[in-house]
Structure formats: C-alpha cells, structure tokens
Design a protein around this ligand. Sequence first.
Ligand code: ATP
Length: 326
Amino acid sequence: MGKIKKIGVLTSGGDAPGMNAAIRAVVRTAIYHGLEVMGIRQGYAGLINADFIPLVSSSVSDIIQRGGTILKTARCEEFRTPEGRQKAYENLKAAQIDGVVVIGGDGSFTGARLFNEEYDIPFVGVPGTIDNDIYGTDYTIGYDTALNTVVQAVDKIRDTASAHDRMFFIEVMGAEAGFIALFSGIATGAEAIIIPEVKGEERDLKKILFDGNKRKKSSNLIIVAEGDEEGGAFAWAEKFKNEYPDINIRVTVLGHLQRGGSPTAIDRVNASRLGSAAVEALLDDQKSVMVGLQNDEIVLVPFSKAIKLHKDVNRDLLTLVRILSI
Ligand code: ATP
C-alpha cells in the first residue's frame, strides 16, 4: 500500500449500460481511499493523446442511472502497436498516474495485458460488455439491461405475430456468443433460438418447429444471434421462405437499441461492486487482472485467463427451450 496516489479510469470497446455506474464507483472509492482520479476520454485513444480530465466526487453525480459513458469510448488501432503503447506510457508517467482501471471487453483486456507485459503501471479490468461473453465472471456490466431491452421488444413482436399468425426471425446482438439470444428466448417463450454455440441437429429448425406431434402454433418466434455462422435473421428467413412459401414470415433486427437505455438495478449494483473492487485491487498491488463476480463473490481473474478461455452457455438451458416450446 502507499505506492498508488493517482489513478486513471477509461471505458473502451463497445459501450454498455452501467459503465457510468462503474466510473462513479471507481471515482468515489478512489477518493474514499485518498487517491486522485483522472478520467481518460475515448478509451485507449485518450491514453495516446493525453486526453485526461481530473474527476472529483461531484463529477460523477447524477450519472448512475444514465446509459452510455461520460468518458466516451473508442476503438483505437494505434494501441495495438508498440509505439502507440509507448506513447500511452509516457503520457501516464507525465501525468503521474500510477494505475489504470479499464472498463471494457476482451479486446480491451488484451491491450491492457500487453501493456502490463511491457510497462510497470498496473492495469486492472472491469468487465463491461452487453454480450456477457467474458470468462471468469458470471455477469458483465450491461448484459442485464440489454437482455431486458430485448425481452420488452420481443414481447411487443409477439403481440403482432400472434395477431397475424406470423413467424418472426428476430436478430439480437451477440457477435460470438449467444447469451442474449438464449436468455431472451427463454424469457419470451421463443419457439427456437439460433446461436453460434449450437451445432448440427440442434439447429434443425424444421425439426424443432414442425416435427412429429408438434402443436400447430399461431405464431412462432425464432431468436437469432447476430454472429451466427449461417448468417443473421434475414439469411435464415430467406431459407425458410423458399421451403415454406405459405408461411407468413417477417424479420426484425433489434440493432443498436440494445446498447442504450438506463441500466437495470442489477447492472447498477454489479457495476458499483466491480468498479469499487477494481480500485481496491490496484491498492493491493494487483496488475493484469480483471475483477469478476462468481457466485455473488468478487474474484480476481488474470487477464490471460479472461481473454483466452471460452465461456460456454449453460447447455441445460438449451434443452429447456426445447422442452418449454412444445
Ligand atoms: P466489446 O466486447 O464490447 O467489443 P472490446 O473491449 O472487446 O469490447 P475491442 O474493439 O475488441 O472491444 O477492443 C477495444 C480496444 O482494445 C481496441 O480498439 C484496441 O485499442 C485495444 N485492443 C484490442 N485488441 C488488442 C490487441 N491485440 N493488442 C493491443 N490492443 C488491443
């Protein structure tokens, strides 16, 4: 203890509701422990351009309920290069910043890990991404809010699907992971879900929807994760239309509305806990680690694991979708 006097905080990668609650927790916990805090704007681009602003307790007033991120976020190619990271180091040194909290996804943690292999200013990560696809934490900040946004939207689509006896293919976010699709599918009583983690027979829609003694339903909702290898909702709908020209098929892509909005209570609480824990990890001389939540406990997970290991969906939940949609 005692080495760290001033810390920086940044948000990086895709924005997620609850990032502001995490920033607030970082700032207030740091001040509580007698530290100074600098906000770094636009993610790693702000490190390279020395876009720093001092943050005090009142700087983070009235933001816990707001979506987006007051520090802005960005994708930054230059941080992928040794020269870019060197500039970042020089700027941090010049500003006398002794440690950095990075709120972002696995790309952001990859950059942070590389930086910590090269330089002695510790970086600690807070998982912030709506996809929930980070190994080592049960939940990422933003996931619960995005999920609830999807559920509200799908419920509305169910009303019109049912009124017109239509089949809807609904595309949700999840570039490489099907958490949003799977959980929203269960929560809305979807007839089927298509996610990258499901292969072979389990994605045979004809069988899932029409086989054997299946009840003929008036409406069918199929939730498709955007990252699916066979294409998104439009590609699936096209295939289906060709085979079943009599079915009334529609497509909805929910898109960016899934990223916005006021964070749910769960996201605010998780963000508050994780942001605060990240500052305490820096004070405990930790580096190159992510703070996570496992079974409602705060844990520290090395970046190396959080980045490399794959977080799988719960296979029992896939079976549940099948059972409950008979
Ligand atoms: P999301 O999951 O929401 O997309 P993310 O953190 O994974 O968030 P990325 O765009 O993958 O988002 O990464 C954010 C930033 O992290 C990149 O713009 C880049 O600056 C840095 N970064 C990503 N990968 C690397 C890498 N291999 N080396 C150095 N920096 C990296």
